[in-house]
Design a protein around this ligand. Sequence first.
Ligand SMILES: Nc1ncnc2c1ncn2[C@@H]1O[C@H](COP(=O)(O)OS(=O)(=O)O)[C@@H](OP(=O)(O)O)[C@H]1O
Ligand SMILES: Nc1ncnc2c1ncn2[C@@H]1O[C@H](COP(=O)(O)OP(=O)(O)O)[C@@H](O)[C@H]1O
Length: 241
Amino acid sequence: MEKVVAVSAGATRPAICSPSLAEVDFRTSVKMSGFFNVSRLRSLQPIKALEESATASVVQESAAISGNNLCQNSTVAKSTNILWHKNSVDKRDRQQLLQQKGCVIWITGLSGSGKSTLACALSQALHWRGKLTYILDGDNCRHGLNRDLSFKAEDRVENIRRIGEVAKLFADAGVICIACLISPYRKDRDACRSMLPEGDFIEVFMDVPLQVCEARDPKGLYKLAREGKVLLGLMIHMNHH
Ligand SMILES: Nc1ncnc2c1ncn2[C@@H]1O[C@H](COP(=O)(O)OS(=O)(=O)O)[C@@H](OP(=O)(O)O)[C@H]1O
Ligand SMILES: Nc1ncnc2c1ncn2[C@@H]1O[C@H](COP(=O)(O)OP(=O)(O)O)[C@@H](O)[C@H]1O
């Protein structure tokens, strides 16, 4: 039995219940965000990065973005002139404005397992409930952000890392970010999870057998792989981590 979410294709669109951005009282939100609070504005001073040897870990820096652990360092190798700019409007303010919690829903699975289909269904269902989502689809990102990357193992690692970083920014913006990419290696997914505060990275594995994916083969990729025209091993090597 395939573990996927069933959605009704013919559902009508209900009204969005939570307030739209236009309905939010601008003055209230400005007050909430503390735009005119001079003491908070002081925090906009750039913070100088420390020498590599004296820095915190990348994880700490990532956590700083999400407001979890305000860290003032950068770990960029040997850089002493990379500054971290704090903003007086933080993730909590944005979440309050949007009335939702920013997070990453990471859908992983074989090609043809239904990742994109599930991502779209989820995005639509949440949108109808007035929640702001954004899909980072592996395929789509390879048209732009990751157009320079191939399907070699090391390029997949970089593909996943970049999408993880972008997903983290979306979550920090208060958006429910749905990332759907093969992401076969557990290590890489764990690295993306560690960029976010505990509980903000929700991993969904499309537990669909290879035979089913191969029978679907909507892009003819498995056929090409069997013919040796694309790297079969790299498409199916994930007896999924
Ligand atoms: N080896 C190989 N050769 C050619 N094309 C391939 C290969 N592997 C994957 N694909 C296709 O690329 C789509 C995106 O892959 P991903 O970015 O999700 O892969 S990964 O996370 O980097 O492993 C992926 O999208 P989905 O089919 O939606 O999974 C495939 O269509
Ligand atoms: N739950 C499902 N049951 C049957 N077919 C599905 C299901 N989910 C997706 N599909 C079909 O499987 C194919 C691959 O789906 P897709 O979402 O593109 O997978 P992926 O993004 O993992 O490559 C598509 O033709 C899609 O219509």
